[in-house]
Design a protein around this ligand. Structure first.
Ligand SMILES: [Zn+2]
Ligand SMILES: [Zn+2]
Length: 146
């Protein structure tokens, strides 16, 4: 059982056993990264948390493979980020990497993070595009249509 699952008071609803192996694998990789502090690790950590939220989102909203009860339970157990998932439901934010990339306050006055700019509308050269990573989470581009 994962740390976060242990913390929640209610026992997991039916269906949890089916998502558990995937969530446990995520928990393991996240645990491995915690304790190491470098920019690269922070990005990797971000990606894992993102993928885990994404997994829950897809299981519920796309594949309809888990119940509302289980979905709510997973979010309560902090296995997915409800704010991020709320964004994915909006048009234009389907691939959003993290909330910090649209929080204009945290990226030094810029209106949108570089990763939110569709590649097609970039004026940068190909080489620039390849090396683009946003500071908060190391995303290489998450605009819809990329
Ligand atoms: Zn991004
Ligand atoms: Zn981001």
């Amino acid at each position: 059982m994962t740390k976060s699952a242990r913390k929640s008071r209610r026992p997991p609803p039916k269906g949890y056993d089916e998502v558990k192996p995937t969530l446990d694998a995520f928990a393991e990789r996240i645990e491995e990264l915690s304790g190491v502090s470098s920019e690269e690790t922070t990005w990797k950590m971000f990606q894992l948390l993102h993928q885990r939220s994404r997994y829950i989102y897809e299981m519920y909203y796309r594949k309809h493979a888990i119940s509302k009860e289980l979905y709510d339970w997973l979010l309560k157990a902090r296995l997915g980020d409800p704010l991020l998932i709320a964004k994915w439901k909006k048009q234009g934010y389907e691939n959003l990497c993290c909330l910090r990339c649209i929080d204009t306050g945290s990226i030094g006055g810029k209106t949108t993070c570089i990763c939110r700019v569709p590649k097609g509308s970039m004026t940068a050269t190909d080489d620039d595009v390849k090396t683009i990573r946003c500071r908060p989470c190391g995303c290489r581009g998450c605009a819809s249509g990329d």
